[in-house]
Design a protein around this ligand. Structure first.
Ligand SMILES: [Zn+2]
Length: 487
């Protein structure tokens, strides 16, 4: 790249004049150059990028906003408005005085690539995709190249990049520049949040039903959030506060022989357990027959797994498994799915070699529990069991083997809210509770036959909404109270 161009891309003031600095492109013919204030560039550029790239794939996005009466236009418009404002917000944050054109060109190229791959292959752009991109070698790139790319390269990369390079971006003096930028940032964020709140239920539902595909196909939100997440993931090891670094002492006050098993469930709400008074049908045929069972009165304060798990497995920033293992209590975590970093001190033992054609279910933790108990002779032991399939939607039928499809007809469509009756939804959900009942029964049976002295505690991470007050699944935005069913 010629030096003059490189300097301009970086936004260096090539004229050295006092007053508002002008940035020109030496290479572009002067006729094609245009002047634009930094403020307007921060609005117009992301808006154009957003409209052009998303227009190409709008069908893939809109299909998730269908309800019984057809397209839920108000929800789709609210979602697109929020996304447009967030794009402007993010660009205004990143497009610092000396980086405006560099950020714009980076976004043009990455968004064009994302648009092409979404359009041709329907891929979802998330942080793993961004990381894959950076780890792709030349052979793989060669295999992906095709003549179909030419119009995309021309219209989504070459012309927009020339358009960015031809801009003479006019910057105001520092104080006014900062004030204007802050105005754009604040206003766009407010409109985005307001749009999301107005149609929260419909947007949240579309997000869940599509498995967040509505976010991963939305340009440039997917590219920006994927890049930020990928960067933070690769930097996290350098910044993570190590649990080992936290100073505390732990010891066993009253040593005795006891195995404590803490089973952590997923999205299984109290309301549908017969043990808690559910009357529609018997969802706890196994547990009902077990003696010495105490019904706990636990309440979730967070309804997203990532935040709910530490409510059970962490206190004052210290993980329970870090405390027990440091106190010398042999500690293990046996998981179906993952407990994230809640077991970092001892690591996770994941289910594997599962029956059911290689597909793992929560019951697959049981043989690993039995194996663990085999080596017990005396003393304390702490075992966390993660029943991570639990009652997680929208594909409730995927959480248990087919023989647990007992209550029928079931809801077999991911678009639970629109394609299934309440009866079907409850049938599907109740089958998952029936399966939790079965798995806990197996856990208790395993503990009983091993003859170890034990305590078993079962608790779900949070509950689930099943269309009560129009809410579905779990998770609410900050500041919104958790519905009773999710608590
Ligand atoms: Zn959860």
């Amino acid at each position: 790249m010629p030096r003059s161009m490189a300097r301009d891309v970086l936004g260096k003031n090539t004229q050295g004049t006092a007053g508002p600095a002008r940035y020109s492109l030496a290479m572009a013919p002067s006729k094609l150059r245009y002047r634009i204030s930094h403020l307007w560039f921060c609005i117009a550029f992301p808006a154009l990028l957003f409209v052009v790239c998303n227009a190409i794939n709008i069908g893939k996005l809109a299909k998730w906003f269908r309800d019984a009466d057809g397209l839920d236009l108000s929800a789709l418009i609210a979602y697109l408005t929020a996304a447009l404002c967030l794009s402007i917000f993010a660009f205004a944050l990143l497009a610092h005085r000396y980086m405006t054109k560099a950020v714009a060109i980076f976004l043009v190229i990455t968004c064009a690539a994302a648009t092409y791959f979404i359009s041709k292959y329907g891929v979802a752009i998330d942080s793993s995709m961004v990381r894959n991109t950076f780890n792709t070698d030349a052979t793989e790139v060669g295999q992906l190249l095709s003549s179909q790319m030419i119009p995309y390269v021309l219209f989504l990369i070459v012309l927009p990049v020339l358009g960015v390079l031809a801009a003479d971006i006019v910057y105001k003096p520092a104080a006014r520049h900062l004030r204007d930028s802050l105005k754009v940032i604040a206003l766009s964020l407010c409109i985005a949040l307001a749009s999301l709140y107005v149609e929260y239920n419909a947007i949240f539902r579309a997000g869940n039903v599509s498995n967040k595909y509505i976010v991963y196909t939305l340009i440039p939100i997917n590219v920006i959030s994927g890049s930020v997440n990928a960067a933070s993931k690769s930097l996290r090891p350098y910044f993570r506060r190590q649990q080992e670094d936290i100073e505390f002492s732990a010891s066993v006050a009253a040593p005795k022989d006891l195995v404590v098993v803490l089973a952590v469930g997923e999205s299984s709400r109290r309301k549908n357990f017969s043990l808690y008074g559910y009357e529609r049908r018997d969802t706890n045929p196994v547990l009902r027959g077990i003696e010495n069972l105490h019904v706990l009165d636990a309440i979730a304060t967070r309804a997203s797994t990532l935040y709910a798990l530490p409510m059970i497995l962490e206190k004052s920033g210290i993980k329970l498994t870090t405390v027990t293992s440091r106190a010398g209590v042999p500690t293990s975590c046996i998981v179906n799915y993952t407990l994230y970093d809640n077991c970092a001190a001892v690591g996770e033992i994941k289910v594997g070699n599962c029956g059911h054609g290689g597909k793992c279910y929560d019951e697959d933790v049981v043989p690993l529990l039995a194996q663990n108990l085999d080596s017990y002779s005396s003393g304390q032991r702490f075992i966390v069991l993660h029943l991570g399939g639990g009652s997680h939607g929208p594909a409730y039928a995927d959480r248990h083997p087919p023989e647990f499809q007992q209550f029928k007809p079931m809801c077999m469509d991911a678009d639970v809210a629109n394609r299934c009756s309440l009866e079907e939804l409850y049938n599907s959900y109740d089958n998952t509770i029936l399966y939790v009942d079965h798995v806990l029964g197996q856990v208790i049976h395993t503990l009983d036959t091993s003859q170890v002295p034990y305590v078993l505690i079962y608790v779900s991470d949070h509950g689930e909404s099943l269309m009560e007050n129009g809410m579905m699944f779990h998770g609410v935005p900050p500041g919104v109270a958790l519905p009773a069913e999710q608590r």
